[in-house]
Write a new protein. Structure first.
Length: 425
């Protein structure tokens, strides 16, 4: 068996690669800046955008009266995220495409790249339902509980959950299972791989024995996943996963080592060069951190059996990520450690739920989700400054080369868990 070669043979190769990436990044950033200047050229601008989220808020006016209104979160065709407000009588516009006149004011380029608020006037609502809307309606028809329907819509079409459901899953420590990410893409890839194998082998033996199933299956599966990615409007975590899948296959096909920190670094740099907005996407960086922890596990536990790896990996990922989770989200419940078990069970639940919905009997698993949603959930707020991220990131990087840094991370995670658990008592 041939030994896998490294990605970069010399420092000069890596330097040339960085120059190429910097050129791509400069072009991408220039395009974003051009779009920003076009948006802010005049006092108002016409934009086409899709409604990602809609919710009602209330405020007390200076006269002491309570006023209700809707808040909309939208994404433009150029990828800019912004918020606006509208009358409380506004119909449900989630997932609908709008044409608006917006008054963005003197927003900065940073605000344009992250998110901003703009006054707006809705000029036109596209009444023809999109494919995503049609699928969401088909999902909803299979359930009597609206919350459960919303959960499945989030799982399959990346529809954003209402705040209360988001909070519930955050308290249970399983937000990562509801938000479509690389984990879901991996499960879908495995399902498609095994579904294609038997019919492909049958046709290959009769008509094209010279073809490679490995190459053809990747092209077919990659095409399906790309279509799915575009259909979901390219969520950052899913974009990271697809980018890594594509780069990983190209490297593997050329005999280059895939499971390495170099591959992860390459994926991150390429995606950031092509889409600078990912710098500000928390989901993207959490996805990167998750993959980093897996690669770190494979680096230190490569001599374990496959069964040992399967059993140990969820614990490893949980301990590695717990510091980031508590720092960024600031809540903890006794259910959080159970996410280790729920994450493992989800690898079975997800394909089964998908199959049942395709067959039109998605309601069969509703009792499981109902039981999950009705769990009593004592939660405590964990007050950790985000400065904690600095040593976490530093020791995470050092742990690639030094085992003591890894020990420090895990001991810190255990101490944080113990402290958070004591706050519940």
């Amino acid at each position: 068996m041939l030994e896998k070669v490294s990605l970069f043979k010399t420092r000069r190769d890596f330097f040339h690669f960085l120059i190429l990436l910097f050129t791509l990044f400069a072009l991408s950033l220039s395009l974003e800046y051009y779009n920003y200047k076009e948006l802010t050229k005049f006092d108002s601008q016409l934009v086409k955008a899709t409604v990602l989220k809609q919710y009602e808020k209330t405020k007390v006016t200076k006269k002491g009266k309570t006023k209700s209104y809707h808040v909309l979160k939208l994404i433009t065709q150029e990828g800019a995220l912004f918020y606006t407000t509208a009358s409380k009588n506004l119909p449900d516009l989630r997932d609908k495409e709008l044409e608006l006149e917006i008054w963005a004011g003197k927003i900065s380029f940073y605000e344009y790249m992250t998110s901003f608020y703009a006054f707006s006037k809705i000029l036109h609502i596209k009444e023809e339902p999109s494919l995503k809307t049609v699928l969401n309606r088909a999902i909803a028809r299979q359930h009597t509980d609206e919350n459960i329907a919303l959960i499945y819509q989030a799982l399959f079409t990346a529809k954003q959950l209402p705040y209360e459901l988001q909070k519930k899953f955050s308290q249970l420590g399983i937000s990562h299972l509801v938000a479509i990410s690389g984990f879901h893409l991996g499960v879908l890839s495995a399902i498609l791989f095994f579904l294609l194998k038997l019919p492909y082998k049958f046709l290959q033996n009769r008509y094209f024995p010279y073809r490679s199933y490995r190459v053809d299956s990747f092209v077919l599966i990659g095409g399906v996943l790309l279509a799915y990615l575009l259909f979901l409007d390219s969520p950052p975590s899913l974009l990271r996963a697809f980018g890594m899948l594509l780069i990983g296959f190209i490297l593997h096909d050329r005999g280059i080592k895939v499971i390495s920190m170099e591959t992860l670094l390459l994926t991150v740099l390429v995606l950031l060069a092509l889409s600078p907005r990912l710098f500000f996407a928390l989901g993207f960086w959490l996805s990167v951190a998750g993959v980093f922890s897996i690669f770190l596990f494979l680096l230190y536990c490569k001599n374990l059996s496959n069964m040992q790896k399967f059993l140990l990996l969820p614990f490893w990922i949980y301990l590695f990520m717990v510091g980031y989770s508590l720092t960024l989200f600031g809540n903890f419940s006794l259910y959080h450690p159970l996410s280790i078990l729920w994450t493992s069970l989800f690898t079975l639940f997800y394909p089964v739920a998908l199959t049942l919905h395709i067959l039109g009997v998605g309601h069969l698993l509703d009792p499981l989700l109902s039981a999950l949603l009705t769990l009593p959930n004592p939660t405590v707020e964990v007050q950790l400054t985000q400065l904690w991220l600095i040593p976490l990131l530093l020791f995470s990087l050092v742990s690639i080369y030094k085992k003591w840094a890894l020990y420090f991370l895990f001991v810190t995670s255990l101490l944080l868990l113990i402290d958070a658990s004591l706050l519940l008592t």
